[in-house]
Every structure is written in C-alpha cells, then in structure tokens.
Design a protein around this ligand. Structure first.
Ligand SMILES: *Cc1c(COP(=O)(O)O)cnc(C)c1O
Length: 410
C-alpha cells in the first residue's frame, strides 16, 4: 500500500536561517554552513486531508514521499493524549495540562516517527545501509526500523549511553560503535564529515527528513483535539528536530487553512546543559556552547547543537517560552510523573518542572492549554533509580501478612 503525493508538488530543501534553496535530491542533514534544512513541498493552500488508515495516508498532501511503504511501519504513533490529572495540574498551576505519551511508541520514545520517514527515504534512495549518531533513543529506534526494512544499521554512541539503550540496538542487529571523547557535539560534527567522505548517509536528530516524521505529531494532535490548537507545547530539546518538527506541522496546517492559530513552543533544557535556553534567556542570537557537563537527563545532552540557532530565531519571532531545570527538579518531576502513573526517563520529565516555573513567574497563564511531550520511557535508564526510593521488601510466605501490615503502616 502506498500514498501518492499531490500532483505537481515541487519539493525543495530550504535553509531555515538564510532561506537559501537546495535541490531535494541532494538530501543532507545540514547546509555546509551548519544551518538546518527543511523540506518545502510547494504551495499547501490546496492541501487537504484524505481518508486512509495511517496518519501519513490521511496527510499525504503534506508529506514529501513518492511512495510511503506501509510495510516498514512498526505501528508508531497513535499515542495517548490525556489530561494530566488534578495533582500534576495543581503542581504546575496549569489547569489544562495534557500529556502526550510518546513512550507508547514501538521503541518507547518519540524518535520512531522520525525513523519511519528516515528509513522510508533511505529505501526510496535505494540504500541498504543506514547510520546514525545518538545518545541512545534514536539509535535504538533506527536499529528497529532498519531491522523491519531489512537494512543494515550502524550506530555511533557516546560512552555515557545507558546500557539498556545499547543492548536494544544490538539485539535488533545493529553494529554499535562506542566513541570515546569528552565533547559529544564535536564528535558529532566530525562523524558527519567522516560519513560524507565514505558516502555513508548518517542521519542525525535534526535532519530534514526526520523532521517530516515529527511533524506528524502535530497532525495527530490536530485529530485528537478535534481541530483545537493548544496554546503551548512543551518539549525537552537537544538536537532540536522534535521541537521544529511539531511547529512545522502546525504551520503547514495553518497554510492549508485547516487551523487559524499556531501553538507556542516551550523549549526545555537541563540547567547543566542549556545552550539554547541560556541564549534565549540572555537575548543572544546564537547557541551558547556547553562542554564538560553532567546531567541525569542524558537524552538531552547536545551541548552545541547544530540547528540550535534556528530555535533561538523562532523563539524570538514567535514568542516561544524557554526554561531550564536543575538536577533536583528533574528527579522530582520524574517522581511526580511516576506518582501519577507515568514512568518516563529523566529527559522526558524536565518539562513538568519547567511548566511550574514558567507559571510561577507569570509567563504562563493558569487558563492556558499546555501539551507536555513525554518523550521517552523510564525503563530506558535504570541507573538513575538509585536517586529514588522504591518500597521493596522481602519475606517468606509465612511472614507476608505481617509485612503487609508493616507496609501499610509505614
Ligand atoms: C531525543 C530525545 C529528546 C530530544 O529531542 P531532539 O529532537 O534531539 O531535540 C528528548 N527526550 C528524549 C527522551 C529523547 O530521546
């Protein structure tokens, strides 16, 4: 089964900062100057929603594929959108707090929607090897989608990637190369150059095709909220692909006349590594690089993200919010979300504390509708569990009754 694009749609790659245009056939992650690229599929004024089982079939007018082969899907998307409940609403001070639970994806993070489009494009280009560099979730996701499509996957990871994620890549059959070195951002730049030299397509977290996958989140939210547009969407941000993908999806819905306003994004980072949030808060126009940091939120550790300047630029132009959170706030948020039924990894928990702080500073209104992206599952990094208390005791069966009474009392 395949979805056909609109007749006559002109595809191009456009630099998000200079507006310079590049041919679509020359798919690259960034321009030579390191600017983010995005796909333009021509005039969307006549784009419409079709019928179809898959989201990308219904929104085929917005997608850049000749054929999107449904056989490579692992059933990504269709994740729950739920009200956060009274406790988290009270904690943040935001009444209409909604959780978009991306941990329900096939490899337990939002990365799967982007891997679907990356692998689809690799197929369309006739490639049989794909590669990525990742702190974990993207490698895990690419490994699974490559396995489904019958392609080889090579994943470069930094040393600090949790073993849960490395093992998951391995069991899908990916070849994993751990790269040692202090500066992940620098490693990433050098690997992108190396890949170019050996003609290996290395997909990063912020490439134009990946962003096309993430924009489907906007389409899914549009359907789930029955056309209503949330005031804000909070996203823990690292390589920036997720943030700009969701925003791009909403802008395209507006271009097609399907909605009349677009949400504001809330850019969230760990204080220990906040190259984008620091720049926005200080009114700078460029990323402020971070090196030599540590954060429990290892999934958001791009210290000098290529493409970060685009986010800073859009934050200024569209009135986005930005907030950083401390290590203690991250762990507290992880506990509170788990206490409400959602076990997410530390990176995914950051938004909760950020929303509370923005509300406390009066930057967010109590009545605002805010969607919080729960980006990845708590099972992906068990090493942080020593920061938390779990009530686990041991007894033989004869002592069970007494143990239960003790637990209920204590
Ligand atoms: C990748 C990732 C992020 C950051 O997304 P970017 O697109 O790199 O900005 C946030 N949370 C989790 C759990 C992730 O895996």
């Amino acid at each position: 089964m395949a979805a056909k694009p609109r007749q006559g749609a002109q595809k191009e790659l456009v630099s998000t900062l200079t507006g310079r245009r590049y041919p679509f056939s020359r798919i690259q992650e960034f321009t030579d100057d390191g600017e983010s690229l995005e796909v333009h599929t021509g005039d969307l004024a006549n784009a419409s929603i079709r019928s179809g089982k898959h989201l990308w079939e219904r929104f085929a007018d917005f997608m850049p594929f000749e054929n999107l082969d449904t056989d490579i899907s692992l059933g990504e998307g269709q994740t729950a959108l739920l009200h956060a409940g009274p406790e988290l609403a009270a904690f943040t001070g935001v009444e209409r707090l909604l959780l978009k639970n991306e941990t329900q994806n096939p490899t337990w993070s939002f990365k799967d929607r982007g891997s679907l489009t990356c692998i689809a494009m690799a197929r369309e280009m006739g490639e049989d090897v794909t590669a990525t560099i990742s702190t974990g979730n993207m490698g895990n996701s690419i490994a699974a989608y490559a396995a489904k499509a019958g392609m080889r996957a090579i994943v470069f990871v930094p040393e600090f990637t949790p073993s849960e994620k490395v093992m998951a890549m391995g069991i899908h059959g990916a070849s994993v190369l751990k790269i040692t070195g202090p500066d992940y951002a620098q490693i990433k730049k050098e690997l992108l150059d190396m890949a170019g030299e050996i003609s290996l397509r290395l997909v990063s977290g912020n490439g134009p095709i990946r962003v096309e996958g993430y924009k489907m989140i906007a389409f899914e939210l549009f359907e789930q909220m029955e056309g209503e547009v949330p005031d804000y969407i909070a996203v823990p941000t690292s390589a920036c692909g997720h943030t700009r993908g969701i925003f791009k999806g909403y802008r395209e819905l507006k271009e097609a006349g399907l909605i009349h306003k677009i949400p504001k994004m809330i850019v969230v980072q760990a204080r220990n590594n906040s190259p984008i949030v620091s720049a926005i808060k200080q009114g700078k126009r460029q990323v402020i690089p971070f090196t030599g940091f540590h954060t429990v939120a290892e999934a958001i550790t791009s210290g000098n993200p290529m493409g970060g300047d685009e986010i800073i630029d859009k934050a200024a132009r569209f009135g986005w919010l930005a907030e950083d959170v401390t290590e203690e706030e991250i762990l507290d948020s992880q506990r509170r979300l788990a206490g409400a039924g959602y076990f997410v990894e530390p990176a995914a928990a950051t938004s909760l504390a950020a929303i509370r702080k923005l509300r406390g500073d009066g930057k967010l209104e109590r009545e605002a509708s805010v969607v919080m992206m729960l980006t990845g599952s708590g099972l992906k990094d068990m090493s942080v569990m020593h920061h938390h208390h779990a009530d686990v005791r041991e007894t033989d069966v004869a002592g069970a009754g007494q143990a239960v009474r003790a637990m209920l009392d204590g």
